[in-house]
Design a protein. Structure first.
Ligand SMILES: [Zn+2]
Length: 456
């Protein structure tokens, strides 16, 4: 089927221009002015912005963690994604200790295949490094899993410094990118003990047990290790100014360090933990919410193109699941939803507030993610031959985020009551109109994306 989108303002990573767009067989067929096409379904999108489909390279759907499983699986998670303009996610396939990477990958295909309403790929989270794992990394890389994830905290997943070095070295050799969760797990354990000994057992103790310095130290250690291994590295969900300063120092030494942050670290602060009763549990995420000055640093880094991607770390739990930690904050499952709200938040509080430009929004949400994770130019741009993954953005929309409208399976919205300007009018997935005005029109169109080597 052919479609023609007339008179839209097409946004790229460089600029924006008014043009028409012809879609044929799921791909972009032509971009230009005054396009006409016999037999094409024509939509006038005058006054709307047209972005390449947004990509969220940090989601956890259907993840078993903290003796429970995330509220959103691939069914609900990808419906929320597409409703909010995200046409592809890269989820973390996660190796349990004792499993091979191949088994972990099979597990994630079983969770996702046939259930997704947006396209999806997988990073591989390595938690069991042994003599077979390097070979497996290479095999996975050949089959389209070209990025890996390591944790410097969480007992069941953390790698030690030697393992960190070995994985980075192997990834560097392959041309794979490693994303790292940077928090010093051993220090956190000690600080948790101190909070408990002081009788602090509520959500407020969560940020106290994971201060900025445990992120800063882990980033510094990662940067030194990546420097020794001669490999580029990605710091995921950066939350602190002091951590950012370590990244800036490593870059000054000539290292390639990429950075991802998330809307919650840009827009929420740690005062949310000191609310009445158990309210703060909604925001128990790791790393925790920080201070105003951290937010300012992150916005400035976005503005100066020093942060490459904005993802969500969508990892959702219901209030009943969060209640497992009523008497002990360490038992509150860490994480919250976000995959549906990201673009509206970045547009409202980034573009509308003149902190970032439209091309920057395009790079942060789409182009840089496609490039870094090996999907460009199939995704991440509007060019002849690219997948027709498109977000037709309505800049006139005004609304409020509410649990009542969201597609998540959670019974709360972290950004409840937050005003947003703009939202997707239409979302196309490989040429099919998949969502409109926040409603999912066509489900289960998602396909697995094999990725190549990434570079920016
Ligand atoms: Zn995560």
């Amino acid at each position: 089927m052919k479609r023609l989108l007339k008179n839209g303002t097409l946004v790229s990573g460089k600029d924006y221009t008014k043009a028409d767009l012809l879609i044929e067989d799921g791909r972009i067929a032509a971009v230009g002015t005054g396009l006409s096409c016999e037999g094409a379904l024509c939509t006038d999108v005058e006054g709307k912005l047209v972005f390449p489909g947004f990509i969220d390279a940090h989601t956890h759907f259907d993840l078993e963690v903290s003796d429970t499983v995330t509220a959103d699986d691939f069914t609900s998670g990808t419906e929320a994604a597409i409703a909010g303009g995200t046409t592809a996610v890269i989820d973390f396939a996660t190796q349990n200790r004792g499993e091979s990477l191949h088994q972990a990958l099979e597990n994630w295909h079983r969770k996702a295949d046939g259930k997704a309403s947006c396209d999806y790929g997988f990073h591989m989270a390595i938690s069991d490094w042994n003599e077979r794992t390097a070979k497996e990394m290479e095999e996975l890389f050949q089959t389209g899993v070209t990025s890996f994830k390591l944790y410097m905290t969480y007992d069941n997943m953390a790698v030690n410094d030697g393992e960190l070095y070995e994985v980075l070295k192997e990834a560097g050799r392959l041309g794979a990118l490693v994303g790292v969760h940077c928090e010093n797990g051993l220090l956190i354990k000690e600080l948790v003990k101190e909070q408990k000994a002081a009788g602090r057992l509520g959500p407020m103790a969560h940020p106290l047990s994971r201060p900025a310095s445990v992120e800063e130290e882990a980033i510094q250690r990662l940067a030194v290790t990546a420097g020794l291994a001669g490999a580029p590295v990605m710091v995921v969900h950066l939350s602190t100014k002091s951590g950012y300063e370590q990244i800036a120092a490593a870059r000054k030494r000539g290292q390639t360090v990429y950075v991802e942050t998330c809307p919650q670290y840009l827009l929420m602060d740690d005062s949310l933990y000191s609310q009445q009763g158990f309210e703060g549990a909604k925001y128990v995420i790791s790393p925790p919410l920080r201070k105003r000055e951290d937010q300012e640093c992150l916005w400035k880094a976005l503005q100066n193109n020093e942060i490459q991607t904005v993802c969500t770390d969508h990892c959702s739990f219901t209030l009943a699941q969060k209640a497992a930690g009523r008497a002990d904050f360490t038992r509150i499952p860490n994480g919250m939803p976000g995959v549906e709200d990201r673009a509206a938040l970045l547009y409202t509080y980034g573009v509308m507030k003149k902190r970032i430009s439209l091309p920057q929004m395009c790079r942060l949400l789409s182009e840089n993610q496609a490039r870094l994770y090996g999907m460009y130019p199939r995704k991440g741009c509007i060019q002849p031959g690219s997948d027709a993954d498109l977000v037709v953005w309505d800049p006139e929309y005004r609304g409020t985020i509410s649990v009542k409208q969201q597609h998540y399976r959670t019974d709360y919205a972290p950004f409840e009551g937050t005003e947003v300007a703009g939202r997707p009018f239409q979302v196309y997935l490989r040429g099919e109109l998949a969502a409109q005005n926040g409603q999912v029109l066509r489900k289960l169109l998602g396909e697995y994306v094999k990725r190549g080597p990434g570079r920016l």
